[in-house]
Design a protein around this ligand. Structure first.
Ligand SMILES: Cc1cc2nc3c(=O)[nH]c(=O)nc-3n(C[C@H](O)[C@H](O)[C@H](O)COP(=O)(O)OP(=O)(O)OC[C@H]3O[C@@H](n4cnc5c(N)ncnc54)[C@H](O)[C@@H]3O)c2cc1C
Ligand code: FES
Length: 260
């Protein structure tokens, strides 16, 4: 089930110059629809005439008791800049929950590695929270060019061991996430979201080591519900809509995608 609803911004947090969090509550105080980690919303960008299409943004966190849903957004263009100007009390229109999320109903005890880069960190917080509640031991490996491009890293600490890799060595391990010592350890499953080259490197390594792996793709999207076909990706089983069949895919059928 999906719905189109107005939400009210009840909190706004800025994380340096590039990222911000919006905490949202249903404007009609309707209970939130069940939302799985890795699912996303399509945000209508009002007041910006150049931005026609809704923007896909991952569900960053859900608090069912408080009835809130959070989005972590990186400012990259007109749409996200406009969203960054919204203040507490203003309304935002969402279509949600969309897509097929991460597999989070693992039987414990299980170990999981969550690898995030850039705005791809966003869906991993709610995933870590759900996995921890299920007794899964999580290692959370976050990467970015510099420390300031790895926002909200402290929010992950209650849910597992947090490891950081930066290209310039400004925080944690110097180098790519796949060169971090934590990446070489054995896990039952690896989840990843971030820049495509990073996810492909993670997927290739997981495949070589026989570790189950799920990737969350961030293809350009328009409708978000499988109608326009603008988000298709080539898989071993043919073309798939990232918005409807994904954004999360098990790499078992993604050799074509990660091999190149
Ligand atoms: C499933 C999914 C989940 C996402 N989750 C997040 C998230 O949690 N936080 C976050 O900050 N970003 C997320 N993104 C990326 C986000 O959708 C884009 O950064 C945003 O749409 C850019 O809009 P803009 O108007 O600011 O930029 P634009 O000026 O339109 O474009 C700037 C760049 O953003 C990318 N982009 C633009 N439009 C889209 C689009 N409709 N779909 C995908 N990419 C686009 C392109 O690479 C483009 O070059 C997600 C994308 C997808 C597909
Ligand atoms: S965005 Fe329209 S089919 Fe995926």
């Amino acid at each position: 089930m999906k719905e189109i609803s107005d939400f009210t911004i009840i909190e706004r947090r800025q994380h340096g110059p590039h990222y911000f969090t919006l905490v949202l509550r249903h404007s009609h105080l309707t209970p939130l629809l069940p939302t799985m980690p890795g699912q996303f919303v399509e945000v209508r960008v009002d007041g910006q005439p150049g931005v026609m299409l809704r923007r896909p943004i991952s569900v960053h966190d859900v608090d069912p008791e408080a009835g809130t849903l959070s989005l972590l957004v990186q400012v990259v263009g007109q749409g996200t800049r406009r969203l960054s100007q919204l203040a507490v009390g203003e309304k935002i229109n969402l279509v949600y929950p969309l897509g097929h999320g991460f597999t989070s109903d693992l039987r414990s005890p299980t170990s999981a590695l969550l690898v995030g880069g850039g705005a791809g960190i966003a869906p991993l917080l709610y995933l870590a929270k759900v996995l921890k509640a299920r007794g899964v031991r999580c290692t959370i490996l976050l990467g970015g060019r510099t420390a300031e491009l790895i926002p909200v890293r402290d929010e992950f600490r209650p849910y597992g061991e947090v490891c950081i890799a930066t290209d310039d060595g400004s925080l944690g391990h110097k180098g790519l996430v796949v060169s971090h010592p934590a990446f070489a350890e054995q896990y039952d499953i690896i989840y990843t979201c971030g820049p495509t080259p990073m996810m492909k490197a993670v997927a290739r390594s997981a495949a070589e080591r026989g570790i189950r792996c799920e990737v969350s793709l961030e293809n350009m999207m328009a409708c978000g519900v499988g109608a326009c076909l603008c988000c298709v990706t080539d898989t071993d089983q043919g073309h798939r809509c990232v918005c409807k069949d994904g954004p999360v895919f098990d790499i078992t059928n993604m050799k074509k995608w990660y091999a190149n």
